[in-house]
Design a protein around this ligand. Structure first.
Ligand SMILES: Cc1ncc(COP(=O)(O)O)c(C=O)c1O
Length: 383
């Protein structure tokens, strides 16, 4: 008998739904990845660097040229002068960065506050560090943080708070006023750190602003801010991300990172550095690019019996299906839609420790080509 350190972890719903979609030939709007490719120049650069012999280990902290590009972007967009050498680390994906940050900061007996619904990698990472997740539900219908509840949940054991804005699965955004609230709440508790998962930082719509922790001096002093090149450049399979954090926190993160993977994939880092230097405007064009997809998808779904508010961010759209099958819980609904109607989605309850009893929400990923979205919407409108 193996003594499992993660006895409750099985195959994730993302794998399960993607497999089911393949098995029954459904359009896969479940897992969060594009069905189109990243920019040609970016992909060509990988081949070029592989052939140029950039195939050995990159420095542990990441390729200097790529760290410089991240520093330039962070300065331009958020006004933060983060030092490439001491504050920026390239990682093999945001998930690895989150794992390393948690191992670096959380000790046995520590409490980590997460807001449900939350991304599935947080809890197992905290468990492996010997910590305990304290799950606070976001308030419906806006998926907003209940600040009083957060204040009440702080204990002497609280070590880390994990934030995720733009938020998967809801698309909810923190605003500057929220950051002020958080800063005032944490004053006097220098022993609490923040892990800010901002992988959808550039997918913010309708002219709204991404209130990055990088903008906020007081919060940044205790924060690790994580992002993902995979999301930003439509190359999720490259599993390349980065962390921006003050020098002391970066040093702790790197202690773990160097033994988890040591470094990220070299030619990918070269290619990203080249592309960011040549096309800095890529990130400025992303909001319109994805907003057009959101508007197309939501416009087409207006004819359906799904109810929704167009999402303000990310490439996920939540939809309430209670006018169609109120008798089904969201897991059963997702399977039914996939099997019977040929569109795969993700049930929102899996992002909760304790889902609200009457939750009737599923998540669709609209990072898809126009024809995919049209075909999926046609099927959904026929339900
Ligand atoms: C909220 C959130 N954080 C982190 C990740 C992981 O990013 P990466 O693929 O770079 O590991 C995802 C991917 O779906 C995500 O949705």
């Amino acid at each position: 008998m193996i003594h499992s350190k993660l006895p409750h972890v099985g195959t994730t719903i993302f794998t399960t739904m993607s497999q089911l979609a393949t098995q029954v030939g459904a359009i896969n709007l479940s897992q969060g990845f594009p069905d189109f490719d990243g920019p040609d120049a970016l992909r060509e650069a990988v081949g070029r660097h592989v052939m140029a012999g950039h195939n050995q280990y990159a420095p542990m902290t990441g390729l200097p040229a790529l760290r410089e590009q991240v520093a330039a972007k962070v300065a331009r967009l958020y006004g933060r002068q983060a030092k490439a050498d001491t504050e920026i680390t390239i990682t093999p994906g945001a998930t690895q960065a989150i794992f390393c940050a948690i191992q670096a900061l959380v000790s046995p007996g520590d409490e980590v506050i997460v807001f449900d619904p939350c991304y599935d990698s947080y809890e197992p990472s905290v468990q492996l560090a010997g910590g305990r997740c304290v799950h606070l539900p976001l308030s419906l219908p806006d998926f907003a943080i209940d600040w009083q509840r957060l204040q009440d949940a702080l204990t002497p054991r609280t070590r880390l708070i994990i934030l995720n804005s733009p938020h998967n699965p809801s698309g909810a955004l923190l605003e500057r006023a929220d950051l002020e609230r958080l800063a005032s709440l944490l004053r006097g508790r220098e022993d609490i750190y923040l892990l800010s998962d901002e992988v959808y930082e550039h997918l913010v719509f309708d002219g709204r602003e991404h209130a990055s922790l990088l903008r906020h001096d007081e919060l940044y002093a205790r924060a690790l801010v994580v992002s993902s090149f995979g999301k930003t450049y439509h190359v999720t399979g490259w599993k390349t991300g980065y962390v921006v954090a003050p020098p002391a926190l970066t040093a702790e993160l790197r202690k773990v990172h160097q033994y988890v993977s040591f470094t990220g994939v070299t030619p990918l880092q070269w290619a990203l550095a080249d592309y960011m230097a040549a096309y800095p405007q890529h990130v400025d064009e992303l909001p319109d690019f994805y907003q057009a997809k959101r508007d197309l998808f939501c416009g087409l779904l207006a004819e359906s019996r799904l109810r929704f508010t167009p999402t303000p961010s990310t490439y996920f759209q939540l939809a309430d299906y209670s006018a169609i099958r109120p008798d089904l819980d969201d897991v059963a609904m997702s399977q039914w839609l996939t099997r019977e109607h040929g569109v795969a989605c993700i049930p929102v309850s899996v992002f909760y420790q304790t889902p609200p009893a009457d939750l009737r929400l599923v998540r669709f990923c609209f990072a898809k080509r126009e024809e995919t979205l049209r075909q999926a919407a046609e099927k959904l409108c026929a339900v």
